[in-house]
Ligand binder design. Structure first.
Ligand code: NAI
Ligand code: MG
Length: 327
């Protein structure tokens, strides 16, 4: 019986979560699994009321659950997601960018980005004065090795052959170490070692996409992933997972979308696709595939929100996906 921690967060978070929960319940019902879902608070509103964006019971709730599903938190995102990633050792940021049948996606686009999630330029270490600012970038052998092994293992399990390690080793010392580690692991994992500089990879991502999967460090992965989002119809379609050896937290790549919050038109697909990733990680492959199939069908039928060419509300999209699950 999987125990799932749910974090709606701020902005469009609560409206998406409210609409998504019945979909998850219907899915669990159909596949005869008992889901124990529990809601936890975090984010800007929580901080206003309780002077912390990540209350202890939320952290403990995520830690003691089998997996977590979060929508998004606002300005306090770094106080919520960074501690969760770092303290729970969720060292993989898995971002599969795959196009669904919607008008603003490039047909057949399917590139997975495996991004190191705990170090690099996002360690928040450095110093600054009036005249200059320095950010430390930390790359360790240990973290490079585990993200690289995860990337190749995931590629193997998911039939992705064209795996590229993306870096800037001609300039950066950290990338030199990252490259050294990855190049020594590739063969061991049954892959030909392929690599590309990050600037070239950005162009090739936009142009001809020679890769199925990219393994890279923290900030390059963040930026390449948002570029990939542009080809699958935007952030409303992009799921992700923060994955460690024992725990994982799944969330759409998008934020709280303050410009559309409260209007009921937020796209719930990225959250539902994140839930599918969660079921797959929990070893419920059939459940994950079933949810993805229903989302695919909903897209085909244009049961979608305005950002991807439809005319439905968040709640109507979720109700349609739920109906399609029952067919
Ligand atoms: P954002 O992702 O919230 O919005 C960017 C654009 O995409 C907006 O025009 C928005 O309307 C649109 N969009 C995003 N999600 C959508 C959805 N589901 N359906 C339809 N349209 C959608 O990024 P932004 O504006 O840079 O950040 C807003 C807030 O979110 C900030 O406070 C930021 O700190 C936070 N944030 C939180 C993240 C997290 O919780 N992991 C990630 C990114 C941002
Ligand atoms: Mg980002």
């Amino acid at each position: 019986m999987p125990r799932i921690a749910l974090i709606p967060g701020d902005g469009i978070g609560p409206e998406i979560m409210e609409a998504a929960i019945p979909v998850l319940e219907a899915l669990a019902d159909k596949h005869n699994i008992t889901l124990e879902m529990k809601l936890y608070e975090a984010g800007d509103e929580t901080k206003k009321r309780r002077s912390t964006a990540l209350p202890k019971e939320t952290f403990d709730g995520v830690r003691s659950s089998d997996a977590a599903l979060m929508v998004a938190v606002g300005e306090t995102a770094k106080d919520v997601i960074l501690p969760l990633r770092q303290k729970l050792n969720l060292y993989v940021n898995l971002r599969p960018a795959k196009s669904y049948p919607i008008p603003n996606a490039i047909k057949g686009f399917d590139v997975t980005i495996v991004r190191e999630n705990t170090e690099g330029l996002y360690v928040k270490a450095g110093w600054s004065s009036e005249e200059a600012a320095v950010d430390l970038r930390i790359i360790t052998r240990k973290s490079s090795e585990r993200i690289c092994r995860y990337g190749y293992k995931y590629a193997k399990e998911n039939g992705k052959r064209k795996v590229y390690v993306v870096h800037k080793a001609n300039v950066l010392l950290g990338c030199k170490l990252f490259r050294e580690v990855c190049s020594s692991i590739a063969e061991d994992e049954g892959f030909e070692y392929r690599e590309m500089y990050v600037d070239a990879a950005a162009m090739r991502l936009a142009m001809d996409r020679p890769f199925d999967l990219i393994i890279t460090t923290n900030m390059p992965g963040d930026i390449l992933a948002d570029l990939a989002a542009a080809y699958i119809g935007g952030l409303g379609m992009y799921p992700s997972g923060n994955i460690g050896n024992e725990k994982a937290l799944f969330e759409p790549v998008h934020g709280t979308a303050p410009d559309i919050a409260g209007k009921g038109i937020a796209n719930p697909m990225a959250t539902l696709l994140s839930a599918a990733m969660m079921f797959r990680w929990l070893n419920y492959e059939e459940v994950a595939a079933d949810l993805e199939r229903a989302i695919w069908k909903a897209c085909e039928l244009r049961y979608t929100t305005p950002d991807i060419g439809g005319g439905m509300k968040t709640s109507e999209v979720c109700a349609s996906v739920r109906d399609l699950l029952m067919k």
